[in-house]
Ligand binder design. Structure first.
Ligand SMILES: NC(=O)c1ccc[n+]([C@@H]2O[C@H](COP(=O)([O-])OP(=O)(O)OC[C@H]3O[C@@H](n4cnc5c(N)ncnc54)[C@H](O)[C@@H]3O)[C@@H](O)[C@H]2O)c1
Length: 263
């Protein structure tokens, strides 16, 4: 309870999925919230739900001017920022030979450059306060290789690397920086609104080959974000935490003894 009392957090990509789950949990823990996204209707609705301690602004993480506007308003409304959750992201599933240069740059521009711009915008305030926490939402695809994820995995491996450098540079100034690596979380990014029975069965079979055997939910990532954002993680910096049901350690060899039965 109240683990984020008197703290202000910026959450990017907050309109839905893990960003929205993180916003709801942070609000319940007493945080003031600055919610950014390019999905205005969903973002406004979430801010209304959370009440006066939260506001939403249209915010494109890939646009530097958008960052200074958001930070300016956060500072005038709430007196500054303590926490940055670099959560906004986009997915592209295409083979390397089929990805255009524009597509590759777009994915990097949002997932990697967007987080860099966020750190650059917010870090001076955190340094001035001598405290703060930055959480970069990378991916299981920032820990391993997956076919058809060339642009996405490049952005998420980049974000993992950026996290290490930021933790190194900002640590002596009191600011912690960590990366979270979700995998297989049911959100609008990964799930079809009306999946066919075949797709549902295929998904179930796929996750059966993973250690925890199921998809995760956005709340399960939000709780890890809360830990890293809060003073509970006061000695945690430069860490990478997989929230992927064990996906990044690899699939079962289904022919080996003890592997789960697929139906
Ligand atoms: N769902 C998963 O299994 C999974 C796995 C690994 C990593 N992730 C990462 O988690 C983060 C959240 O994803 P999610 O699953 O909740 O997906 P989601 O699509 O529900 O949410 C992503 C949000 O980012 C916003 N966004 C996209 N481009 C933006 C931009 N330029 N500026 C600001 N906001 C923008 C979207 O509008 C959306 O609201 C992403 O970084 C994603 O890559 C998700």
């Amino acid at each position: 309870m109240n683990r984020l009392a008197h703290k202000t957090a910026i959450i990017t990509g907050a309109a839905r999925g893990m960003g929205a789950a993180t916003a709801r949990l942070f609000a319940a823990e007493g945080a003031r919230l600055v919610l950014g996204d390019v999905l205005d209707a969903e973002g406004e609705a979430l801010a209304r739900e959370l009440g006066p301690a939260a506001f939403f602004r249209h915010h494109d993480v890939a646009d530097e001017a958008s960052w200074s506007a958001l930070l300016g308003e956060a500072t005038s409304r709430f007196g500054g920022v303590d926490i940055l959750i670099n959560n906004a992201g986009v997915l592209l599933m295409k083979g390397l030979m089929d990805i255009s240069k524009q597509e590759f740059e777009r994915i990097l521009g949002i997932n990697l450059v967007g987080s860099f711009l966020g750190i650059k915008a917010v870090a001076p305030q955190l340094i001035a306060r001598g405290a703060g926490s930055i959480v970069n939402i990378s991916s299981v695809d920032g820990l391993k290789g997956t076919n058809a994820m060339g642009a996405y995995a490049s952005s998420k491996w980049g974000l993992r690397g950026l996290t290490k450098v930021a933790a190194m540079e900002l640590g002596p100034r009191g600011v912690r920086v960590n990366s979270v690596h979700p995998g297989g979380i049911a959100t609008p990014m990964t799930t079809h609104p009306n999946p066919s029975p075949e797709v549902e069965a295929g998904t179930r079979r796929y996750f059966k080959t993973m250690p925890l055997g199921r998809m995760g939910i956005a709340d399960e990532v939000a709780h890890v974000n809360l830990f890293l954002a809060s003073d509970d993680a006061s000695y945690v910096s430069g860490a990478e935490i997989a929230v992927d049901g064990g996906m990044s350690i690899g699939p079962y060899y289904m022919s080996q003894p003890g592997a789960p039965k697929l139906d």
